[in-house]
Design a protein. Structure first.
Length: 438
């Protein structure tokens, strides 16, 4: 997901919403008929530095679509903190958009609602075919044994962004490649009111993204092969403790970061208050914050040892935005035309270039615009060392309950309370108890 603000919805509420949605859900549709739609409603996710940036990026493209099809697209850009709740309300009420963006990590959870159009072979053919899309992006579109619930729109990966001047002033010649090096470098940079690493301790989704990757590096998946929650394994506990210890023990993250949830860590980075940040495709935000491209560098996110890769060495989750259609829309043919337009080679280059993301469409990804040093790191991470978050219906609940546990542990660290293996395990046991039994 992009601009990873917390999807703050309780597990009980989410479970109820998804169950209720299976009974109805879908979109009320808009003007015209399915054969001759006059208007479509589109909920876009906030990808830019603010909502106005998104409108400036999207409106010219939507106008282009209208000229080609005579279908007007009514746009609403929704902040990340509101998006999942808005979608869940739409699935239960039946009063939603025709087309919408979803965080790719929500795909399986929303798929289980029954409210989204399944992308079977016929529907994929209508937008040019499934084989146009990169395999890693398709891996985060829903449960693998079912037709995808959405189509990839923007692909992203985590990388380590570092402030070149702060590194030079501290005599550090290269970014850390392992977590041990991260702690060492971070301590050298954490002085005189400045800090080594930024974090978003109150951002549930960001917490999950980081501890999921660390969990994979410790041999933990957070779910068993049959889909049962498994939050208290030794590997899961070690992963959560290692992440929070960057503040609690290593002291390379400022205590105030425990309250961050709305990209404050990026603002600190741009203001030379923090030397490093782990983020998805941050270049556009840095530019909006007044930072020149030559002021920062980008490197693969750390691993425990060796080089990033599959197995126990992934260094990112497969991040991105998918595009979905409410299956009960009255304008389903128009909606598919719009998805085809937004995922066309031409639009994929325009939109992903504007947002600093990677096109999930193969042909567009080969455009020279995506060969900059920063984007090459992200592209190679997606291709070789990114792992998809569990594609299970309970994934959104996982983000909420485990993300909250990590948030509470950061609060403990910020307050000077000890963060021990036992306290981490206790928090994760509480989180697991909030998950539905299989």
């Amino acid at each position: 997901m992009r601009r990873i603000r917390a999807a703050a919805v309780g597990a009980v509420t989410l479970s109820f919403a998804l169950t209720a949605a299976a009974c109805g859900g879908g979109s009320a549709g808009t003007g015209g008929t399915n054969e001759e739609p006059e208007t479509l409603t589109y909920w876009a996710s906030n990808q830019g530095a603010n909502l106005e940036v998104d409108k400036k990026v999207l409106r010219p493209e939507l106008d282009k679509f209208e000229k080609r099809t005579d279908i007007e697209v009514k746009l609403e850009v929704i902040p990340w903190g509101d998006l999942l709740n808005r979608i869940l309300t739409a699935t239960t009420s039946g009063q939603g958009p025709d087309v919408l963006n979803i965080g790719n990590t929500w795909s399986a959870s929303l798929q289980s609602s029954g409210a989204l159009l399944p992308w079977d072979a016929k529907n994929f053919k209508a937008i040019g075919g499934k084989d146009r899309f990169v395999e890693s992006a398709l891996g985060s579109t829903g449960v693998q044994s079912q037709d995808p619930a959405a189509v990839p729109l923007y692909s992203m990966a985590y990388a380590l962004y570092y402030n070149k001047k702060m590194f030079a002033d501290a005599g550090i010649k290269k970014p850390p490649a392992t977590w041990e090096e991260m702690a060492e470098v971070g301590k050298k940079l954490s002085r005189n009111g400045k800090w080594g690493l930024g974090a978003e301790g109150s951002n549930l989704s960001n917490n999950i993204h980081q501890v999921f990757v660390l969990g994979k590096q410790h041999g933990a998946d957070f779910f068993t092969p049959d889909g049962k929650a498994d939050f208290t394994s030794d590997g899961a506990v070690a992963a959560v403790k290692q992440y929070v210890d960057l503040m609690a023990k290593d002291k390379v993250i400022a205590p105030g970061n425990a309250e961050y949830a709305k990209n404050q860590s990026l603002s600190d980075f741009a203001k030379d208050k923090t030397a490093m940040v782990l983020w998805q495709t941050a270049s556009a935000t840095f530019k909006a914050q007044g930072m020149d491209d030559d002021e920062w560098g980008v490197a693969p996110a750390p691993v425990r040892s060796g080089k990033p890769g599959p197995g126990r060495a992934p260094n990112s989750m497969v991040a991105g935005i998918n595009m979905a259609v409410f299956k009960n829309t009255k304008n389903i043919d128009g909606a598919k035309k719009f998805v085809k337009f937004m995922t066309s080679d031409e639009e994929q280059v325009i939109l992903n270039k504007a947002y600093g993301s990677i096109p999930p469409v193969k042909a567009a990804q080969q455009n020279p615009a995506f060969s900059t040093p920063a984007l090459v790191v992200l592209r190679e991470t997606l291709a070789t060392s990114a792992a998809a978050l569990p594609q299970v219906p309970e994934e959104s609940q996982f983000e909420t309950v485990v993300g909250t546990a990590v948030k509470e542990l950061f609060a403990d660290a910020a307050a000077g309370r000890p963060v021990t293996t036992e306290s981490v395990r206790t928090k994760l046991e509480k989180a697991q108890q909030q998950m539905p039994e299989k």
